[in-house]
Design a protein around this ligand. Structure first.
Ligand code: ADP
Ligand code: ZN
Length: 206
């Protein structure tokens, strides 16, 4: 199954994608995680991406498209993929149609008012990339899953968050209409308990 998770930053795409990808046995491919690891390893892509990410802007389409195309050509994607964070523009979606068109697009919907709190309270594990909200952490600096070190992403600081939400509304939200027009859109209420969101996603894919 070839699947896309769409939705604003903070909607829970990463959390849900982790569960759904292991349930469906397809690789979870997060372009944000790919860029963060490229930055850590100081690759040319990472160096180019960093200035856009820090500003809450999108990395240029040509860079992202080339990276995803290369990733989807790897053998583990033979039976499908779950893309989290791509496509984010109509141009990216049109490119994807040409090399690996998705079967279904899950749009996780959460109102803007809730996203700001989710993003400012988000912590990420440096080891396993898991994400957690501070309100649910017993120990602020340790990953409850693997014991790795938790940190706050630079782009989860308040100054960058409003930029990211604007970019989402202007550049990514048009994809909802794009995929609805192709008859592949599944709309999911992201303002519910994570386990309920998970069940609703699976039911929508049956
Ligand atoms: P979130 O979903 O929380 O916004 P991601 O981890 O998906 O965060 O992405 C972080 C940043 O990486 C984005 O703000 C953007 O700068 C860059 N990025 C990730 N995916 C894409 C993409 N498909 N196109 C352009 N930029 C991207
Ligand atoms: Zn961890």
């Amino acid at each position: 199954m070839k699947l896309i998770f769409l939705g604003p930053p903070g909607a829970g795409k990463g959390t849900q994608a982790t569960g759904v990808s292991s349930h469906l046995r397809v690789p979870h491919i997060s372009t944000g995680d790919m860029f963060r690891s490229a930055i850590k390893n100081q690759t040319p892509t990472g160096l180019e991406a960093k200035r856009y990410m820090d500003a809450g802007q999108l990395v240029p389409d040509s860079v992202v498209i080339a990276m995803v195309k290369e990733r989807l050509a790897m053998p583990d994607c033979e039976n499908g993929y779950l893309l989290d964070g791509f496509p984010r523009t109509v141009e990216q979606a049109e490119a994807l149609e040409k090399f690996a068109a998705p079967d279904a697009v899950v749009d996780i919907e959460v109102p803007d008012e809730m996203l700001v709190d989710r993003l400012t309270g988000r912590r990420v594990c440096a080891t396993c990339s898991g994400t957690f909200h501070i309100s649910k952490l017993a120990e602020e600096k340790l990953c409850p899953v693997c014991g790795g070190e938790l940190y706050q992403r630079d782009d989860d600081k308040p100054a960058t968050i409003s930029n990211r939400l604007n970019v989402y509304h202007e550049q990514t939200a048009p994809l909802i209409g794009y995929y609805a027009g192709l008859g592949r859109l599944k709309r999911i209420d992201g303002n519910a308990r994570p386990e309920d969101v998970f069940q609703n996603i699976l039911s929508s894919l049956e």
